[in-house]
Ligand binder design. Structure first.
Ligand code: ADP
Ligand code: ZN
Length: 524
């Protein structure tokens, strides 16, 4: 098929089937390349529009597009959504009955499908491979392709076996897609899936119109109210909270202060929840106060801000949630208030979860990276993009760039903190350790005779809030850990030693009292 007619057909399908006027970013190039039979490796952030990169070539080419995805739970929804657009789609996975599977298999064989979603372990069965070999295949799309990387945390052994596709179906184009962009994962995908000769499409993860701002939390909901009133009066936005209860309370509070806020969380009855969602989508200037249950598949272009009142679990989560702001390309704000309590709470949630040790380790590492972003002395965007394996220069559009934090040699303060943690036998949480530092003779201090310690009161010149900020930075720097026990005991790490011995200096961020947010020209 000549090139121009493929692009014309692809655009026609985009407009008539999916109802979008134009391709986004690199979609057009990717679609053309695959529609013409080329292999591709696509790295695109979540929400970037990866699905169309294989759906449209599947419709443009003869035969069925086979989509390999580990996300079995989403297959029914994906198929239903496609069916609504008039696309003939079905899936094969372990959740369906034998009869359902048989029906789908028949449709594959008779050429009655445009798209087939398959779980990788299912695809690898002799039965499925034979079925596909006897059918007309338009392409193979390998979604969540980072699952083939042993280096990542999502490794799935079935993915390694997907290299047989190349051997068994050498004529069928393959497109692998992922939102994980680090160079090592990329190399492993290309190698393990035998996609070394595939064209690579690496989208930038940068969202230049989003201004990142992370502030010290004092009274979170009052701070977010000020932020909305001063910078976003009448704008649509999302305020994320960790718990359902906090969602309800915050929405109530904002409403009481004249903000058109609505709650959204998975515990609400479905009717109210979807009513709130459609008001957010249709009306102007609604502020949705929500848990992270809100946002999947929400495509509202003019969300002017996303605020976090609690720390996200990972940079991936933060990026995804903040990414819902400013899809139209106009200036938008990503604002977050965070404090030591967030770190303690998130640690506790990891420790108390049922997950295995390895998973907990990965979650802890992700939380640490998030903390590093919060505590960084340099550009937030540089740090964020670096996490996704992309180099960049200071952006001029984040709080660190616009109002550079002042740093100072905080070695002495950190030594005082570390010694106090050590002197209380690494068995007490933040509140108690800070009481000891500040020389507060609380009941607990007296009970444990900690007023007799050499570190009692050595930090009385520093406020409690400031000690909390120092402690957070010590955690972010990997000098202190919050322990698994119920008290959130503080423990010293190996890295604390050289600091305690005075062999290593520590730069700290100059403490600034939580201030009212600075006025920004949001509308250009
Ligand atoms: P990803 O898989 O990369 O996370 P999706 O394929 O789910 O992203 O797409 C994210 C959202 O963007 C979806 O709501 C989708 O319909 C929308 N979208 C994708 N491409 C376009 C486009 N060219 N024009 C308008 N909306 C698009
Ligand atoms: Zn910056």
């Amino acid at each position: 098929m000549p090139e121009s007619s493929t692009s014309a057909r692809a655009l026609h399908v985009l407009q008539t089937v999916f109802g979008y006027p134009a391709f986004r970013g690199q979609q057009a190039e990717i679609v053309d390349h695959v529609a013409q039979g080329g292999d591709a490796l696509v790295l695109m952030p979540t929400g970037g529009g990866k699905s169309l990169c294989y759906q449209i070539p599947s419709l443009v080419r003869d035969g069925v597009g086979v989509v390999i995805s580990p996300l079995i739970a989403l297959m029914q929804d994906q198929v239903d959504a496609l069916a609504e657009l008039g696309v003939r789609a079905a899936f094969l996975n372990s959740t369906q009955s034998f009869d359902q599977a048989m029906r789908t298999e028949r449709r594959v064989r008779t050429g009655d499908l445009d798209l087939l979603y398959v779980a990788p372990e299912r695809l690898m069965t002799p039965r499925c491979l034979e079925l596909l070999q006897a059918s007309n295949i338009a392409l193979f799309a390998i979604d969540e392709a980072h699952c083939v990387s042993q280096w990542g945390h999502d490794f799935r052994p079935e993915y390694i076996k997907l290299s047989v596709l190349h051997e068994r179906f050498p004529q069928v184009p393959r497109i692998a897609l992922t939102a994980t962009a680090d160079p090592q994962t990329r190399a492993e995908i290309a190698h393990n899936l035998q996609l070394d000769d595939a064209l690579q499409f690496v989208s930038s993860f940068d969202r230049p119109n989003i201004r990142y701002q992370i502030v010290e939390k004092a009274n979170g909901r009052k701070q977010v109210l000020d932020f909305i009133k001063e910078e976003h009066a009448g704008d649509a936005g999302v305020v994320y909270c960790l718990s359902r209860k906090k969602v309800e309370e915050t929405a109530e509070f904002l409403r009481a202060h004249g903000v058109a806020a609505l709650p959204y969380h998975a515990g609400m009855d479905i009717a109210t929840r979807s009513a709130n969602q459609s008001r957010f989508l249709r009306e102007d200037g609604i502020v949705m106060v929500a848990t992270i249950a809100f946002g999947m598949g929400i495509d509202k272009p003019d969300v002017r801000f996303v605020a976090h009142l609690d720390l996200p679990k990972s940079i991936e989560g933060y990026y995804q949630e903040t990414g819902r702001a400013g899809r139209d390309g106009a200036p938008a704000n990503a604002w977050m208030a965070y404090g030591l309590q967030d770190v303690v709470q998130q640690r506790r949630m990891i420790d108390e979860s049922e997950a295995d040790e390895n998973f907990k380790r990965v979650q802890t590492a992700k939380l640490d990276a998030m903390l590093g972003l919060c505590e960084t002395l340099s550009c937030r965007r540089v740090r964020l993009l670096d996490y996704f394996g992309q180099e960049s220069a200071p952006c001029g559009n984040c709080d660190s760039c616009l109002n550079p934090p002042v740093s100072f040699d905080g070695s002495v303060q950190v030594q005082k903190l570390l010694s106090s943690i050590y002197r209380v036998d690494q068995r007490f949480g933040a509140g108690h350790v800070i009481d000891v530092l500040r020389g507060i003779d609380s009941d607990k201090v007296k009970q444990w005779r900690h007023d007799k310690l050499s570190t009692f009161g050595v930090g009385s010149d520093i406020s409690e809030a400031e000690w909390r900020a120092i402690l957070r930075q010590a955690i972010a720097l990997g000098l202190v850990q919050i322990d698994h026990d119920a008290y959130g005991s503080l423990k010293l790490t190996e890295q604390a030693r050289p600091v305690l011995r005075g062999e290593q200096k520590v730069q700290l961020r100059q403490y600034q009292k939580p201030a009212r947010p600075k006025r920004q020209a949001v509308r250009a």
